[in-house]
Design a protein around this ligand. Structure first.
Ligand SMILES: [Fe+2]
Length: 366
């Protein structure tokens, strides 16, 4: 018997094929989906229910590792953040939390968003905000992605207390113009538009939901405490992001020490492999000859695992690498190793190559 995450991710890694439709069909589908998004009025909702009790019970929020070392490079900090995000996302406790969230948000009709009609959900996507951490800063945006005519819904779930507003939006006029004429024009017309806080402060577990046309922005943490939240997306169709089936999740086992232990053992294995790969990338980046053959290393480390377990481990390693890749690509101005001549292109290339390598091993082994 395996945990729900293990079963589901194995199934997903074996079956998901995003290139099934031809490009013309995809293009016209995208166009129709976008057209239908114009009739979805931007909306967010603060429910009466919350998961405060559950979060205080199960989330091991340990940020001490970050506070102890002031001399680490931004790259080291990013790696530690990724490791923590992996824990929040794939550990057994996260599965329990996700199930409770689904019960609260979708089973009981606690929001005006028709969530009971949604069949798929993403795993937690945690975001960690250090005090004055500009690497997390994003612009005003909505969470639209082309899935179907109904669009997707997003829950924002704070995992720590927030002593600052965390998320802001703009006024109705601004948002209206942004949706129909674009953000650029909205910014031009409303030059001095004010930020509106969804809440001035948040308690851990007090989730908020919005639809995929709603404009919002995560703001800089100006307090001295680390803040952490998780995003979860609901969709009616299976997508690369929302690959957990809600029905199965609701039927999954409650707390089981054996399932929990094996699940978390595999997560730790994936974390160790990811750390090894990252160390090697750093060595290669610095031109060190001591770099290892990652292909051989990863393969020999997976000798004693079943196909299902390998699918789970490599899924996590690949996901971790894609998080780092995304960060280094979008924040190319950050001097990740604090050196005189930082070369972001070389670093991006190395991470990309290693990610491809993991994909290759996955195809060979599962
Ligand atoms: Fe967002």
């Amino acid at each position: 018997m395996s945990s729900y995450f293990l079963n589901r991710i194995h199934k997903y890694e074996n079956n998901y094929n995003s290139n099934s439709a031809n490009w013309l069909l995809k293009k016209s589908e995208k166009f129709v989906n976008k057209l239908f998004s114009y009739v979805r009025i931007q909306n967010f909702f603060i429910p009466r229910l919350n998961l405060s009790k559950e979060i205080n019970k199960i989330c091991p929020l340990n940020f001490d590792i970050f506070m102890s070392e002031n001399s680490s490079s931004p790259f080291d900090i990013e790696i530690k953040k990724t490791l923590l995000r992996i824990e929040f996302r794939y550990k057994f406790e996260s599965q329990i939390l996700l199930k409770k969230l689904v019960i609260q948000a979708a089973r009981i009709k606690s929001t005006p968003f028709d969530l009971e009609k949604y069949k798929y959900i993403s795993p937690l996507y945690p975001i960690i905000h250090f005090p004055n951490d500009y690497s997390e800063e994003g612009g005003l945006h909505n969470d639209y992605m082309s899935v179907d005519l109904y669009g997707t819904r997003v829950i924002w779930l704070p995992l720590t207390d927030y002593e600052y507003p965390g998320i802001i939006t703009k006024g109705n006029y601004f948002n209206f113009v942004a949706q129909y004429l674009g953000l650029k024009i909205a910014h031009k017309i409303f030059r001095k538009s004010k930020n509106i806080n969804l809440r001035n402060k948040h308690k851990a577990g007090e989730w908020i939901i919005w639809n995929d046309t709603f404009f919002h922005k995560g703001i800089i943490n100006t307090t001295k405490k680390v803040a952490c939240a998780s995003v979860v997306r609901f969709s009616r169709r299976l997508t690369k992001e929302t690959f957990l089936e809600i029905g199965d999740l609701l039927r999954s086992n409650p707390i089981d020490p054996y399932l929990s232990e094996t699940n978390d053992f595999l997560v730790d294995k994936a974390k160790a492999l990811f750390e090894k790969i990252i160390k090697n990338i750093s060595l290669e980046y610095k031109g060190d000859d001591n770099s290892n053959d990652i292909y051989g290393y990863v393969k020999s480390n997976l000798n004693n695992f079943s196909k299902k377990e390998i699918a789970f481990i490599l899924h996590i390693v690949e996901y971790s690498l894609s998080l780092i890749l995304l960060r280094v690509t979008t924040k190319s101005k950050i001097n990740w190793f604090l050196e005189d001549k930082f070369n972001s292109k070389v670093l991006i290339k190395l991470i990309f190559q290693n990610k491809k390598l993991i994909e290759k091993i996955k195809l060979e082994l599962i």
